[in-house]
Design a protein around this ligand. Structure first.
Ligand SMILES: C[S@@+](CC[C@H](N)C(=O)[O-])C[C@H]1O[C@@H](n2cnc3c(N)ncnc32)[C@H](O)[C@@H]1O
Length: 218
């Protein structure tokens, strides 16, 4: 296993995962099936992040969750597991092939009845949601240059006390590298500044995996 966090070496990453909630067969198999896709497998969230997201979902008592960027379904699996009975997760993605792997894993885990996948540009799916949607938990993990737009659509639909999570907010450490000026790193910096300056939320940026923002709507 190679660590998702640039802050951890392999031994520490392994130790950390060994001291989280253990992975089950569906999670292990999904990690293995995703690895077969090659370099894109690096987009999958880290196992410790998945365990943390299940815990957060349970702590908040999430009934209505939205994910932006589903890929092969690992993060969705982790969120769906933590939902209260009758809870629902809406997943947004555009890739038929990757999400077909996700659908199989969700079915095997017995979670497919809790998850709805919409294959369309996520901004369209989010804009179509009612403004009184009362989302308990949202997770942003798609194209980095749209993070700000996704955030604005989601934060108005979060219920007070609801959580918004955003992945890759340290971008491999490039956020503090003055020589890194590509569009993705600029978008991540802009997103981080936007969240910090937003009086509607209280937020922490955690060094979980590649950086995870946890913002609670006031
Ligand atoms: C980093 S991966 C998500 C990883 C996933 N959360 C996991 O744990 O495995 C990003 C995903 O965003 C999707 N994506 C990229 N641009 C998108 C867009 N405009 N609308 C919806 N999904 C998009 C990609 O197809 C890809 O599956």
């Amino acid at each position: 296993m190679s660590p998702k966090s640039f802050l951890l070496d392999d031994a520490l990453a392994r130790y950390l995962v060994e001291h989280c909630e253990p992975l089950d067969d569906v999670q292990r198999d999904l990690i293995a099936a995703t690895a077969e896709l090659g370099a894109v497998a690096g987009m999958q969230i880290a196992p410790e992040q998945g365990a943390f997201m299940t815990l957060l979902t349970r702590l908040v008592g999430v009934r209505r969750a939205v994910e932006v960027g589903t890929f092969t379904g690992y993060s969705a699996l982790c969120i769906a597991r933590g939902l209260v009975p009758g809870g629902r997760l809406l997943c947004c993605d555009v890739h038929e092939g990757w999400t077909a792997i996700a659908r199989r894993a969700w079915a095997r885990a017995g979670l497919d009845d809790r998850i709805e996948l919409r294959l369309a540009p996520a901004i369209e799916t989010l804009r179509a949601l009612p403004v009184d949607e009362a989302i308990d938990l949202a997770f942003i993990d798609a194209d980095k240059q749209s993070y700000g737009a996704y955030y604005e659509e989601l934060v108005v639909r979060l219920r007070p006390g609801g959580l918004l999570l955003a992945d890759n907010v340290l971008w491999g450490g490039a956020v503090v590298d003055p020589t890194a000026t590509d569009a993705d790193v600029r978008a991540i910096r802009e997103f981080n500044d936007r969240v910090t300056a937003d009086p509607r939320v209280e937020a922490v940026l955690l060094p979980v995996a590649d950086g995870l923002t946890v913002a609670r709507k006031r």
